[in-house]
Design a protein around this ligand. Structure first.
Ligand SMILES: [Zn+2]
Length: 401
């Protein structure tokens, strides 16, 4: 009995500590304000705040204004986002990115390289680990000595986030690869893996400060398409971690062959890969060009590129997004990824098609648009996963010992 009581007292303290940490994270505040916000006595708050200051997670920023009742000006507190470093990794069949970020996902060191996909996943991961070590060394060379506390990985395909297993990807030939365990062996820190589209969604969520009350959908359009759905401020995962995989929904039954083996998937019509393939069908002079080169031709006024981008890619993106609106009825739909580099004409085209095709009751109030910041989206997403766990009761103590 004695034991049970002690554990529950400890749990209570941990839970209070987390509530205080989250309150400080949500905005600069005083001890008195925390006391009101979390419903704890001022001495109890002060004791826990002192512990958080000692741990380096909270710091005093200075004094605020005195209250109307007068008295001493309160000492204000803020969260120390630079208390530790997060390793963020993302990869797909084309490239990998590695970053070191602070606790709120601000990228401090970064490298992006072409990936080599070996049959044995460990060989590919070894190259990534080399770059992680290099970045950590670079950071310490610049006098940044904060501890590296966890690694987030944003991975293309279906993942088992609990077991750290990459189940299946249409573009990478690894099945049931225990990449989480392998990375833990190499780096000796907790590893969390996540589907890259959901990771991108966490990145949007991290910067929204809980703005999405009901539903948000993020559609990431790169070489492939990924979708992430937020319902009541939580990223929706489905029963088996597979949600929301809209990319392989068939939207044109006799459409082009998809990497998954079906015909006419949304991915095979509206992704950047599909854009390149359609462009090559129009004229094979485009066949060997990468997306950045073709985009430059578009911005320089190439009529064929403009036609395919707006009337093929834009059209099919609009058709798919209209379907998504009918299913989820979100308050906002954010389009992320490299496609956003195409700019406003494409954005307007997509919105025009969506408004024509979605039921007006669901499309009337929704805000649709390109993300404000698709730069380094996938690694920021991987870091956002760790940041989210850092502030969760379940994972905080695994990451912050
Ligand atoms: Zn498919």
């Amino acid at each position: 009995m004695k034991n049970t009581k002690m554990i529950s007292k400890n749990d209570m303290k941990e839970s209070n500590r987390m509530s205080i940490l989250k309150t400080v994270r949500s905005g600069i505040c005083s001890r008195a304000e925390i006391s009101t916000a979390v419903g704890l006595s001022k001495p109890a708050v002060s004791a826990l705040v002192d512990e958080l200051i000692k741990e380096g997670l909270v710091y005093e920023t200075g004094r605020g204004d005195s209250t109307e009742a007068g008295g001493k000006r309160p000492i204000l507190l803020d969260f120390q986002a630079d208390a530790a470093l997060i390793v963020a990794v993302s990869f797909n069949n084309d490239r990998y990115e590695v970053a070191l970020t602070n606790l709120v996902g601000k990228v401090m060191f970064y490298v992006k390289k072409k990936i080599r996909i070996y049959d044995d996943y460990r060989q590919t991961l070894d190259l990534i680990v080399q770059d992680i070590r290099q970045l950590i060394q670079e950071a310490s060379g610049q006098g940044i000595g904060q501890p590296v506390i966890a690694c987030g990985m944003a991975v293309r395909g279906l993942v088992d986030t609990k077991l750290g297993i990459m189940r299946y990807s249409a573009s990478i030939p690894w099945t049931d690869a225990p990449i989480g365990d392998y990375m833990r062996e190499c780096l000796d820190i907790p590893i969390f893996i996540e589907n890259d589209a959901r990771a991108g969604t966490y990145a949007e969520l991290l910067h929204s400060n809980g703005e999405y009350k009901d539903a948000l959908v993020c559609v990431s359009v790169g070489l492939g398409i990924g979708t992430g759905v937020v319902i009541h401020n939580e990223v929706y995962r489905g029963a088996f971690d597979g949600a929301v995989n809209f990319a392989h929904t068939v939207i044109s039954h006799d459409g082009p062959l998809c990497r998954c083996g079906n015909h006419g998937c949304w991915d095979a019509l509206a992704s950047i890969t599909a854009f390149g393939e359609e462009l090559s069908r129009r004229d094979d002079k485009y066949a060997s060009l990468d997306f950045d080169t073709v985009l430059k031709m578009y911005h320089d006024g190439d009529p064929i590129v403009a036609d395919v981008l707006l009337n093929h890619t834009g059209y099919w993106l609009g058709v798919g997004i209209a379907n998504i609106l009918n299913i989820f009825n979100p308050e906002q739909l954010i389009i992320q990824g490299d496609i956003t580099n195409a700019g406003q004409r494409l954005e307007r085209k997509i919105i025009e098609i969506v408004q024509k095709r979605a039921l007006s009751a669901v499309s009337k109030g929704v805000k649709i648009g390109f993300s404000q910041d698709s730069e380094k989206l996938q690694v920021r997403g991987a870091a956002a996963v760790i940041s989210k766990h850092f502030f969760s009761d379940t994972y905080h103590r695994i990451i912050w010992k």
